[in-house]
Write a protein of this length. Structure first.
Length: 175
């Protein structure tokens, strides 16, 4: 029986596995830094972000209108008792950067990378609309929980979903 290049329990990974892992992490880090730079320099620039933020506000207002008196006013979601503004950082871009950096760094076929990137970013952008809706809903009905949801719970959940999508995609896409 030929010997396989797999580690025994308690032993270190073979050099080739360590090299692949190091290559993945270096590519991931470089991709993430470049994508974050793009987010900060381009996507968060007022010229590009304001129309996107206003679109998010209009979609969220339309989603909530059957349940809540709300209207979109530019990048603001306004109800009679509470309002929020869709600003840079309220967009799903950073969670998308994590996902995209992982997809780009992972050794998989290009077709699977395109599919993972497209579906993953679409899911994250749609989830961000639900996050904005949840924040406005909380602000109207449970303002005492708004800050906790806005600063801690929903960002953590969002990053967790991004990592889950990346891992699920990587499991599916591995060659």
């Amino acid at each position: 029986m030929p010997e396989r290049d797999t580690p025994r329990p308690g032993s270190a990974a073979p050099a080739s596995d360590r090299a692949r892992l190091r290559t993945f992490f270096l590519r991931f880090a470089l991709g993430f830094v470049l994508l974050e730079a793009f987010v900060y320099a381009v996507l968060w620039h007022e010229r590009w972000f304001t129309p996107y933020g206003a679109l998010n506000a209009r979609v969220v207002a339309a989603l909530l209108r059957p349940f809540l008196e709300v209207q979109a006013m530019g990048v603001h979601l306004v109800s009679p008792v509470f309002s929020i503004a869709v600003r840079p950082g309220c967009d799903g871009y950073q969670a998308s950067a994590v996902l995209l950096a992982g997809v780009l760094a992972f050794p998989a076929a290009q077709k699977r990378k395109w599919l993972g990137a497209t579906i993953g970013v679409a899911v994250l952008l749609a989830l961000n609309l639900l996050r904005l809706a949840a924040l406005l809903w909380a602000g109207v009905h449970h303002p005492e929980h708004f800050e906790l949801l806005h600063i801690t719970v929903l960002p953590g959940l969002f990053v967790g979903v991004s990592l889950f999508l990346l891992l699920a995609w990587a499991h599916w896409a591995r060659d």
